[in-house]
Every structure is written in C-alpha cells, then in structure tokens.
Design a protein around this ligand. Sequence first.
Ligand code: NAP
Length: 282
Amino acid sequence: MPVPRAATPPRHLVILGQPVSQSLSPIFQGAALATAGLDVTYERREVAPDALEAALARCRGEGTAGNITMPHKEAVFALTTRPTAAARRTGAVNTFWFEGDALVGHNTDIDGVRATIRALCPAGIDGETVLLGAGGAAAAVLVALDQLQVLPASPLTVVSRTPARGRGLLEQVGLSGRVVATLADVDWSVVGLVINATPVGMREDDVLPVAIEALRPQAAVFDLVYRRGGTAWVNAARARGLRAEDGLRMLVEQGAAAFTCWFGREPARDVMWQALGVAMPD
Ligand code: NAP
C-alpha cells in the first residue's frame, strides 16, 4: 500500500478526543520519538465536539499534526480538505497533518487491522469471517480484509444490532456480505475468524462478545478492545487453545503507520511495545 507522507515533518503532535486521558499514544509515540532523536512532543488534548474546528485551527497555526480518537474520527473526515484514499473509503480519519492550509486526513487503523489479521491468520482464514459492529472501527476492518484479499474466499457476515447501519457500511466500503442482527443468526460451525469491533468487553462486567464454546478449535479471535492483562474474551479463547489477539497490536501498528506518514521513516516498534510494558509479539 503506498504510504502518504507529510511534506514537512511536524514539530508537535497531539491526540484529539473526548475522553482522551486514557490514551496510550503519548506513551509509546513519545518513546519512539525520543529513540529517533526527534525533538517533537506528543500531548493529549480533550476536545468537545463543538470545539473540534477551533482545535484543528489551533493545530494549523502551530504546525501541529496528530491523531484523532473517539468520538471525532468521522467529524474530522468531514472537515478534511485533502482526504487520502483510506480516509475516503472508511469515512474516518485517525491521523492528520497540514499541507499549507489544507488538512490532510488519513486512516492508519486499517494498517493496524492488517497487521493483526496477518499475525493471527498467517496461512489465511480457515472458514467464514464474522465482524461484530458497524461503526468506524468496523469500516477499517472491512477495508483491511479487502486489502488482504481474503474476501470473498472467506464469506463475510456483519453482525449489527442496527442492520441498516451494517448494510450502509458495506455499501460505503464497496463490499458485499450478509448482514444479520443477532449472534443467533450465525452458523458458528463454519466460522474461521471472528472480529469484535464493538465496545463490548471494555467494562469489567461485560459479557463476552461471543461464547468461546460456540467456536471451532481452528477459529481465530480478534478483539479490537484492549485491557491491561488482555481482554476476558481473548484470555478465554487462548485458555481453550484458540488463536486470539486483542487490540494492542492494532494500536501500536496504527501508531507506527502514523509515525511513518509524519516523518517518512519507520519508528522503533520494540521501543513502542517496551513503553507499554509489554514484550513485542512475533
Ligand atoms: P462506534 O463507531 O461507536 O461503533 C460501535 C459499534 O458497536 C456500532 O455498530 C454499535 O452498534 C455497536 N455496539 C455498541 N454497543 C454494542 C453492544 N452492547 N452490543 C452490540 N453492538 C454494540 O465505535 P468504533 O470507533 O467503531 O469503536 C469500536 C471499538 O473498537 C471500541 O471498543 C474501540 O475502543 C475499539 N477500537 C480499537 C482500536 C485499536 O487500536 N485497538 C481502534 C479503534 C477502535 P449501533 O450502531 O447499533 O450503536
């Protein structure tokens, strides 16, 4: 995939979101910036939806680039004057910089998903693919699946409690698949990869997105959610011998791809993982 590059490397980086205090990006990006010898800082900025335009105007004035997190990814896409192909296809921006007055918006969540699915399913997907959720992250998952060319050999089902949103998402990214409203509408005996792109599992008391007992031993599990010590779903899947990954690799890889856009070189991924207190996975 061609990597879009900022013409001028930024002097300062931010992540705009609400809430944003939980963001790990300043931690692992800060470590990568220091290792690269770049005199660039990375800070969190809490931004309410009605203050988003002003926050971007401030970034433009400062020569600041950065990342966008919930709930602003779609809103920043709408404000982007120079969207990359990835941003246009997903309708969401998680990485931005300025070229003169133009706001360039890109989506590196796709890179994070691609890296995770490659790691989980190195020999391809052994059966059908089921995607839970139809929001911004699900859009990145669909584009990544398409870029990996695993569809339609692995038939796709989107589970969306709002089926119209699921159908709209498939139309937006230009893919075909089945959309169902509930987990009961899925034949789990043929599923090779199940991906959770809903917030289910973020809270301690959440149920598992899908009961592990429903899955075949050869199925792989990808949970976009991440928690210290792993998500309950990923831990339960691994305990039963299934291949499973949480959202941490996606987080680091979307950050690594953003770093490459801003500075035209790859960051030290091992340093990024080390800053998160986790050994770099294979
Ligand atoms: P979003 O745009 O709000 O979409 C969430 C989707 O989940 C919607 O389709 C929503 O359905 C569905 N949903 C919400 N609660 C649900 C529930 N209790 N049961 C079933 N479906 C439910 O959010 P997003 O930006 O796509 O993010 C989704 C998840 O991905 C979040 O947990 C986020 O933390 C994670 N994420 C991780 C990374 C990473 O780097 N690892 C990056 C981005 C996002 P409705 O449309 O019916 O409301």
